[in-house]
Design a protein around this ligand. Structure first.
Ligand SMILES: [Zn+2]
Length: 212
């Protein structure tokens, strides 16, 4: 098995390069065979991680092993590993279209395409809002984690799970793709694109062009 810390560095960079995260947002963890998890450090840019920055935490008691300040979202990562033995990796981020849906309390519909359904399953639960990093958020996540592998957090972002980090990461890419697809479809149906995102008025276009 490859070093989980190196895997986190690799997928963290992919996540950042694909703009699934911005600044220091999001966090990534991976379970080890020793009953611990490695998680990204608090306040770190996921595009600039180094393996020795990862913080190791005992899953049973939540204590840090060694040094480092773990991600503020450590409580819900621990909740997944404690309650879902099949979960080996957890990815959390705030991708643009997932967050648009999360802000509007609009559930992502994985059954719009076969790929969405196969990768994400039949349901992507919407976890009700709670303060980021809080035990309340971890408890709400725990309440809906039984059968799903992808979640939206109301007014916040998204979480995906996997049997390894590759699977958790690719689920996040697919979740964001499905959220964007849905955004375009529903915007069109409701006339939002045409009514709200108007081009410049013809007179303004003329004014600007004349000013050249
Ligand atoms: Zn977050």
């Amino acid at each position: 098995m490859s070093d989980p810390r190196e895997e986190i560095v690799k997928y963290g960079k992919m996540m950042y390069d694909r703009k699934l995260n911005t600044g220091a947002s999001g966090n990534i963890s991976a379970r080890t065979e020793k009953g611990t998890m490695f998680i990204t450090p608090s306040g770190s840019c996921k595009g600039l991680l180094e393996a020795d920055q990862m913080v190791e935490i005992s899953i049973a008691d939540g204590k840090v092993i060694g040094t480092g300040r773990p991600s503020m979202e450590t409580p819900f990562h621990l909740a997944f590993y404690r309650n879902r033995p099949d979960v080996m990796a957890v990815v959390h981020s705030h991708p643009m279209f997932c967050t648009v849906c999360a802000c509007g309390n609009i559930k992502v519909r994985p059954n719009l395409t076969p790929e969405g359904l196969l990768v994400l399953g039949k349901d992507v639960p919407m976890v009700s809002y709670a303060t980021p990093g809080s035990e309340d958020l971890a408890a709400l996540v725990q309440g809906s984690m039984a059968s799903a592998n992808a979640f939206l957090l109301e007014k916040h972002g998204a979480i995906t799970l996997g049997k390894d980090l590759a699977e958790a990461y690719f689920r996040m890419e697919t979740l964001e793709y499905m959220a964007e697809l849905q955004y375009h479809i529903e915007s069109d149906q409701h006339g939002i694109v045409h009514n709200k995102f108007r081009s410049l008025q013809p007179a303004e276009v003329e004014r600007i062009l004349k000013g050249k």
